[in-house]
Design a protein around this ligand. Structure first.
Ligand code: EPZ
Length: 430
């Protein structure tokens, strides 16, 4: 398994260009299934989650042309099955977007239940509530979610809690349904808006994305399109926090500052200098960080996907900070790992209390999920000494060229290939 070896402390300076948004890409690529023409998608991040979702479409029969590392041309017209087997679906959570897309196009879908993950339980009750409201019959058997519908009919759907995934999946299933679908208490994340804009560029009629009330007027046909994915809000936020944690001065380019308002506000509250420009943000820190409290909330609140990264900064700030995780049931697992580098925190359910003023020191740690891994990279660059981060596959799911981007900013980070510890199979006797 590969690992990162990072020597600190380092001071990040210079410019970094943000890639396309992972959580938009993994929703937009399945949405291509709904089209009756070729879709060219640009600014796709070159990350493993995108590779996996693209492989699933290819396995279903789509013709896929990789124009370059960040551009795909996908022709869904030869898709010949609506079944996504476990061996394909198990590799990423967002595979469940195939249900909404296949149901929306073919009135049926049979997709393996997605795997769990380290954030706590990840139910799909709201997704299923939406599919059933549209007239689908949903049965779960043999860990497969089986959806069938004679016709999909638009319907009002109230989401008991804000869910990005359910909002995406209902949008995909409803876009060609007969009549009007209204999603109430919808998620408002930037990637929801990006998906709606993509679908509308194919001829859909979706209004209100980005608000908590989304209206979807069903259309009979969707045509091909050319589309460019928005920059990744969380990747940008991660580099902003990395600059702040290393007393750095970094210009984060190719961003939409409005998407980063809650992150910029928190950094400024901590005494970090944040300069906003049209499509870039400069982050300058002199190392004097003030404590603050965080409550993660759905957009436009402080994003849960930035909670581990900012918590590293809080542990370095002067004073005690309180973090309340309101979205996921188990998103403090990284703290056990970061205690090995000197983080001091007490966790009680959804709340973690961080003792500030920590002088982090290098240590071997293990990434437990994508954003926890990013937090460990930030901590290792701020720490005194050498750190090793294992299970970096988590990190590379969502951060394109992270070693190259951080090296260009002055970090001392290497990716090391570790020989597999399992005993080598006996050499084949020819
Ligand atoms: C998306 O996950 C993101 N993943 C997550 O980012 C992100 O943390 C999350 O939204 C919140 O912003 C992708 O977009 C691929 P939810 P999702 O449905 O859609 C509960 C990352 O690091 N819920 O908004 O699975 C659920 O348990 C990843 O990029 C139900 O109860 O999240 C959670 O407590 C990690 N029933 C809350 O809602 C449901 O049917 C929010 O989940 C669905 C969700």
């Amino acid at each position: 398994m590969d690992k990162f070896v990072i020597n600190g402390p380092t001071r990040l300076t210079g410019e970094v260009t943000i890639s396309g948004a992972k959580n938009a890409a993994v929703a937009i690529i399945p949405a291509v299934i709904l089209s009756d023409g070729i879709c060219r998608i640009e600014n796709i991040p070159n990350i493993s989650d995108v590779h996996i979702i693209t492989q699933i479409l290819y396995a279903l029969g789509a013709d896929i042309k990789r124009v370059n590392l960040n551009t795909l041309e996908i022709d869904p017209r030869n898709i010949h099955t609506t079944v996504v087997p476990h061996e394909l679906a198990k590799r990423m959570r967002a595979s469940y977007y195939l249900i909404g897309a296949l149901l929306g196009k073919f009135n049926k879908a049979r997709v393996s239940m997605p795997g769990g993950c380290d954030l706590g339980i990840r139910p799909m009750d709201l997704h299923i509530k939406g599919f059933e409201a549209l007239g689908a019959t949903v049965k779960t058997e043999n860990a497969m979610i089986n959806c069938t519908a004679d016709n999909l009919i638009g319907s009002p759907i109230y989401l008991d809690m804000v869910s990005v995934g359910a909002t995406v999946n209902i949008m995909l299933a409803a876009v060609k349904a007969y009549g009007l679908t209204v999603i109430e208490n919808a998620a408002k994340e930037p990637h929801i808006v990006d998906l709606a804009n993509f679908l509308n560029s194919m001829g859909a009629d979706i209004r209100g994305a980005g608000t908590d009330l989304i209206k979807i007027y069903g259309v009979p046909k969707l045509h091909g399109t050319n589309y460019s994915i928005i920059p990744d809000q969380i990747e940008a936020g991660t580099y902003m926090v990395a600059a702040a944690a290393t007393n750095g001065d970094v210009l984060v380019k190719n961003v939409i500052p409005k998407h980063l308002e809650s992150i910029s506000a928190k950094l400024e509250e901590m005494g970090v200098q944040v300069e906003e420009y049209d499509d870039s943000i400069r982050v300058i820190s002199n190392g004097n960080l003030r404590r603050c409290n965080i409550k993660t909330m759905p957009h436009p609140g402080f994003p849960t996907d930035m909670q581990p990264q900012l918590s590293v900064l809080l542990s370095m700030a002067e004073g005690t900070s309180i973090v309340t995780e309101n979205v996921w049931g188990n998103r403090f697992r990284y703290i056990d790992e970061l205690r090995r580098m000197g983080m001091k925190a007490v966790v009680d359910g959804q709340v973690a209390v961080f003792e500030g003023g920590c002088k982090l020191t290098g240590a071997p740690v293990m990434a437990t999920d994508l954003r926890a891994g990013a937090a460990m990279v930030i901590a290792a660059m701020a720490a005194q000494g050498q750190s090793e981060i294992e299970n970096i596959y988590h990190i590379e799911r969502g951060y394109e060229n992270i070693v190259e981007k951080l090296t260009a900013l002055g970090a001392d980070i290497k990716r090391i290939t570790v020989p597999d510890e399992t005993p080598k199979a006996a050499a084949r006797v020819s």
